[in-house]
Structure formats: structure tokens, C-alpha cells
Design a protein around this ligand. Structure first.
Ligand SMILES: Nc1nc2c(ncn2[C@@H]2O[C@H](COP(=O)(O)OP(=O)(O)O)[C@@H](O)[C@H]2O)c(=O)[nH]1
Ligand SMILES: [Mg+2]
Length: 618
């Protein structure tokens, strides 16, 4: 799928009046993107070459407009969606922040929010600065230290969480961090030894021992970056051209750029394209373009209402939207699957139920792939209900098709007898027996009509019953029979009718039993797929926890190396808490409760399982 997006649009406006607003045009673009998105955001002071670098990531010469152009620009977050250059089936979403720290462009009080939103919405965050990573560059990163007040993980009243407990979880869902240092003129050296860019960054992030106010201030941004961002990377760039030509940068040909710069840019782009992950929410569910739009709306709504955006609440809100859409999509898949396969009437109910089961399995699979955090199985229950309705309707249609075919066949066969009745063929002595023989032949021919479906017996019974008056009249006028014989013949006719009736009832009862039994199959399929999904979710969580644990262990080691015992002790406590959580993940209570919820819901929708399972569960 190619998104026709020739130029970036504003996603979140930071108006001069100090209001944040998600832009409809951008939302419409996102709503059409059903692929997973890899979201790369860039932040940093204005006029540090961010937009220029983002255009490189887009693989375009122009796009995000550069600060040097006269046109006035909306502050906020700009967005450009492109087919991902390295990941088939993914969309690359570039988010450029406009005007961070630019007081001339209006109110700067929302800048920290813009930065927080860039963090919340991206899977890779590029922090862009100029010169060297010095104290000034660190001071400008106050945006990072302020994140603890700008992002909440758990909703308020989330059960007495301790100070710092929330930010300890940032690393679970924060983007990868890339520091781009522009106009870097120094040698990459440390104590006379050549170092890599990453070593340069890590060295700049070293903490100082001690507890003076000054040391605390020095350490804070460094600590935050180390604690919040698991993957860190650094790229340095020389100035792209001479100062004289800088304002015409966009117009310059490649070969007019500084050769070293021309080498550095592709390294950076390659890294971002190849290592940036699809955006996920906590729990590991992958975010599509449409979901990204909803997330932006949820976060901005929270900020506008004066609250601090909360990740778990946003995930829950998103889950409502997605799960509801997943029900719709699953029902559509059911119909789509059924459409070409179904040829009504089917020979037996069994055949129809098997067809239903196949389509149901696919529908459930679709639902499971899209839904998440349906902890109480409300949406799965809803789907179950819809599919049960679909099945009922399918059965009705099947019966109707069968009835119509059988009635038509009988009518056609009967026409012949009707003609003969009209011609008085049976109004002779011995005519009744003759009629019975003809009728018997007609019934035999009826049995040979193919594909009559499930209503064959019932329709025949009703049909013969409707013709009984005519039969009795032939019987009564048959002069070859005595009164006594007529009585006996009438009695036989009644007995035969009763026997047919009994058989039809028996058949109906058997079908009913079969349908109920089929609900048990339906439930088992629901249960099987839910179990699979829950297990999958558990594994994803374990994986997420594992990565978090790795990061914290690494950080612990660093802290010990740097001789920061107190901080190391705190990190150890965090690690212990994580390990405890990991243990609980061996057999998490939410699995049990989700399965119980499913059963509860199923009992309401599928009475067929009720009798069987009630005893087992209560
Ligand atoms: N010195 C320098 N200027 C740059 C660099 N990249 C772009 N510029 C110029 O800096 C100005 C601002 O660039 P822009 O990308 O709009 O910066 P932004 O405000 O951070 O998005 C423009 O005139 C660019 O041509 C760079 O690496 N070094
Ligand atoms: Mg810009």
C-alpha cells in the first residue's frame, strides 16, 4: 500500500495561544494506514538542522521545510508517512518537532508537552543538538528530566505506587534514543585514545559521585537518559557546507556538500531504517497508523483537560476502539469466508455446521490478531454472540432453500396425479388402490430428486397431508370397497401420517441436539484460541520484562563501576521488584480470570454448553 503523501502535514499544532490540537487532515491520513508503523521522531532546539536531517530519512531533498525559508510555520509536531524503505508492509512515520525553544514563535510553555508527545508516539527518538555534547547541551535536555512529571504509566489510584516507580517503567515502552550531534568539529578522542561515537556519548553520560546540589544538577539529565532509554546511539556530523552556502543547503547538489558529511548521513539513515522497530504499546501489541492517530488524540485530550497523559489509560482507551473494530472485522471475515463456499441447501445439518465452524475459526483468528487487553472477554463474547446469530441465520436460510426446492419438486411431480384426478382416472371401482400406487411412485421419484436438503421429510409430510382431503374423497367414492374396507383404509392412512409425523419430530429433535452440541465445539474453539493468545501475551510480557531487566542490570554494573553505591542500591531494589514480577508471570492471575470470563459470557450466548459445563465450573 502506498500512501499518497507528497509533503508533510501538521499532526499536533502548538498554537500561539498555547493550545495543543490534533489536526484532522493528519488523522485522516493515519486512519487509512492499517500497516504497522515505525515512528521516528526528532526533537531538539530550533534551527539545528532537524528538518534537513528528517528529509534525508525520507530519502527526499525537500519535504519538511527548513527554518531558513520565509514561510511562517505552525509550531508543534509535523508528520510525513512513507513506505518503509527497508521493511516491506510497514509504514515509516517521520515526526518533526517544530520550534522547540523558539520564544519568538509563541508560547514555549507547551514545549515540554511536545517533547513528551514525541517520546510517547515514537519508536525511535532522535535528539538533535549542535556543537558538542557539553554541559550546555545537557542543560537543554531539561525536557527529558521533566518527563517524570509529564508521563504517567499507571492511572491515579493505581494502588499506592512509590515515588519513582512510574519512571522506573519508562524503559519498558520508551523509544530507542539516537543523539545526533551536528557541526561536530572535534576529534573523537578520550585520553589520547580514539573512541567511537557511542563511547563518546556514554562518556558524556557518566555520573559524578557526591551529593551536593551542583552534582545532583549535573547528574540528573544524564541519569534520566540512562534510566529511560534502553538503546542509545550517537552520530556526529561535520557542517554540511561552508557558512556562506548554508542557507541554500536544500538547493545544493550532493557533490557540493562536505565529503565527510556525505559519508555520515547514510550511516545515520541506515541505522535508523534498519534498527528502528515497529511502534508497540506496553504489552508488545503492534501499532498501526490508525492506532497511532487514536493514541495522539487520547494523549492530547488528556493534556488539554489539564491531566498528565497516562500510558495505561491510553492503551485501555485504544483497546476499546480496536477491539470493537476487531469484532466488526471478524464478522466481515466470517461472511467473506462463507460467501463463496456455501451452496444451500446442504444435504445435512452436520455439513452446514462444519462449514460454519471453518468460517468461525478464521473469524476468531482475525479477532485474536487484532484485539488486545480484552481482559474480561467482553469483546470476544460479543463476537461469539454475533457468530451465533450468523449461524442461526445460516440455518434458517438453509431450511428455507431446502423447503423451496422440495415444495417445487413435489408440486411438479404431483401435477401429473392432479391431471389424472381431473380426468376422472381414479373415479372408478378400484380407483383408490390405483391412486395409492401412483402416489407411492410419485414419492419414490421424489426421493430420487437430488439436493433436497434438510427439510425433505417434513415438506413431504406436510405436502401429503395437504392432499389427504383429495385422497379421502377418492377413497369414499370407490365403489369396489365395502364400508368396512373404507374405514380400514382411512385408518391406515391416518396411521401412516402419524408415523411420518413422528419421524419428522424425531429428526427435528436430533437436529436440535446436534446444534446444541455444536455450541460446545464453538466454545472449545473460542477457548483454544483465547488460551493461545493469552500464552502469547504472557510470552511477550516476559520478553519485555527480560529486556528491561537486562537494561537495569547493565545500568547497575555501570553505577557500581562509577562508584555510586547509593544509586546502585536503589537500582538493585528495582531489579528485585522486576524479578518478583517475572516470577508472578509464570502463572499470572489474569489468565485464569480471562478464561473464567469467557466461560461466563459463553453460558449466556451458547446455552448448549450450559448444561454440560455448569457442574464442572461451579
Ligand atoms: N550549520 C548547520 N546548518 C544546517 C545544518 N543542517 C541544516 N542547516 C541549516 O540550518 C538552518 C535550519 O535548518 P532546519 O533543518 O530548518 O533546522 P530545524 O529548525 O532544527 O528544523 C537551515 O538554513 C539549514 O540549511 C547543519 O548540519 N549545520
Ligand atoms: Mg524544522
Amino acid at each position: 500500500m502506498e500512501i499518497p503523501m507528497p509533503a508533510p502535514v501538521c499532526l499536533i499544532e502548538n498554537s500561539p495561544a498555547g493550545e495543543l490540537q490534533v489536526q484532522q487532515e493528519a488523522l485522516q491520513v493515519l486512519a487509512e494506514i492499517h500497516q504497522p508503523v515505525v515512528v521516528v521522531a526528532i526533537a531538539g532546539l530550533y534551527r539545528t538542522g532537524k528538518s534537513y536531517l528528517m528529509n534525508k530519512l525520507a530519502g527526499k531533498r525537500t519535504g519538511f521545510s527548513l527554518g531558513s525559508t520565509i514561510q511562517s510555520h505552525t509550531k508543534g509536531i509535523w508528520m510525513w508517512c512513507l513506505p518503509h524503505p527497508r521493511r516491506a508492509g510497514h509504514t515509516l512515520v517521520l515526526l518533526d518537532t517544530e520550534g522547540l525553544g523558539d520564544v519568538e514563535k509563541g508560547d514555549a510553555k507547551n514545549d515540554t508537552w511536545i517533547f513528551a508527545l514525541a517520546v510517547l508516539l515514537s519508536s525511535t527518538l532522535v535528539y538533535n543538538s549542535r556543537g558538542t555534547i557539553d554541559q550546555q547541551a545537557m542543560d537543554q535536555l531539561h525536557y527529558v528530566t521533566e518527563l517524570t512529571e509529564r508521563i504517567k504509566v499507571k492511572p491515579v489510584g493505581g494502588g499506592g505506587r512509590q515515588e519513582g516507580e512510574d519512571s522506573a517503567e519508562f524503559v519498558r515502552f520508551f523509544p530507542a534514543f539516537v543523539w545526533a550531534v551536528r557541526d561536530f568539529m572535534l576529534q573523537l578522542e578520550l585520553d589520547g585514545r580514539e573512541i567511537t561515537e557511542d563511547e563518546y556519548l556514554e562518556n558524556a553520560l557518566k555520573l559524578k559521585p557526591g551529593s551536593s546540589e551542583q552534582t545532583k544538577l549535573y547528574n540528573l539529565p544524564r541519569e534520566c537518559i540512562r534510566r529511560f532509554f534502553r538503546a542509545r546511539k550517537c552520530f556526529v556530523f561535520v557542517p554540511p557546507t561552508s557558512r556562506r552556502k548554508m542557507s541554500r543547503l536544500e538547493e545544493l547538489q550532493e557533490d557540493e556538500l562536505e565529503p565527510e558529511f556525505r559519508e555520515q548521513v547514510p550511516w545515520f539513515c541506515r541505522h535508523v531504517w534498519e534498527t528502528s522497530q515497529p511502534k508497540t504499546i506496553p504489552g508488545g501489541h503492534v501499532v498501526t497508523g490508525a492506532m497511532l492517530g487514536n493514541l495522539a488524540v487520547t494523549y492530547v485530550d488528556a493534556i488539554r483537560s489539564g491531566a498528565v497523559p497516562c500510558v495505561e489509560s491510553a492503551v485501555l482507551a485504544l483497546a476499546q476502539i480496536e477491539n470493537s473494530a476487531a469484532v466488526g472485522e471478524a464478522v466481515a471475515v466470517y461472511k467473506e469466508q462463507l460467501g463463496p463456499r456455501v451452496a444451500l441447501p446442504t444435504e445435512t445439518v452436520q455439513e452446514l455446521l462444519e462449514l460454519h465452524a471453518q468460517c468461525e475459526r478464521e473469524a476468531l483468528r482475525t479477532f485474536m490478531a487484532r484485539a488486545f487487553k480484552d481482559d474480561d472477554c467482553r469483546f470476544q463474547g460479543e463476537l461469539m454472540c454475533h457468530l451465533e446469530e450468523q449461524k442461526q441465520e445460516l440455518c434458517c436460510r438453509n431450511e428455507l432453500a431446502s423447503s423451496e426446492r422440495c415444495t417445487a419438486a413435489l408440486q411438479e411431480l404431483w401435477d401429473e396425479l392432479d391431471d389424472r384426478i381431473g380426468q376422472g382416472v381414479y373415479s372408478v371401482p378400484g380407483g383408490y388402490q390405483c391412486f395409492l400406487d401412483d402416489r407411492q411412485r410419485m414419492v419414490e421419484r421424489y426421493w430420487q430428486v437430488p439436493a433436497k436438503g434438510v427439510k425433505a421429510d417434513e415438506v413431504l409430510q406436510e405436502f401429503l397431508q395437504s392432499k389427504e382431503v383429495a385422497a379421502q374423497s377418492i377413497l369414499q367414492t370407490d365403489k369396489a370397497l365395502t364400508e368396512k374396507e373404507k374405514e380400514m383404509a382411512a385408518e391406515r392412512a391416518r396411521a401412516e401420517a402419524a408415523e411420518r409425523e413422528r419421524q419428522v419430530l424425531q429428526q427435528k429433535e436430533a437436529e436440535l441436539q446436534q446444534k446444541l452440541k455444536d455450541q460446545e465445539h464453538s466454545y472449545q474453539e473460542n477457548l483454544r484460541q483465547l488460551k493461545e493468545k493469552l500464552e502469547d501475551e504472557r510470552k511477550k510480557l516476559l520478553e519485555e520484562q527480560g529486556k528491561m531487566l537486562d537494561q537495569k542490570l547493565k545500568e547497575l554494573e555501570n553505577l557500581r563501576k562509577e562508584g555510586l553505591q547509593e544509586k546502585a542500591a536503589r537500582m538493585e531494589a528495582e531489579i528485585q521488584r522486576l524479578q518478583q514480577q517475572n516470577k508472578e508471570l509464570q502463572n499470572p492471575p489474569w489468565i485464569e480470570s480471562a478464561l473464567a470470563s469467557l466461560h461466563e459470557g459463553a453460558c449466556l450466548v451458547l446455552p448448549g454448553i450450559f448444561g454440560k459445563l455448569a457442574g464442572r465450573w461451579s
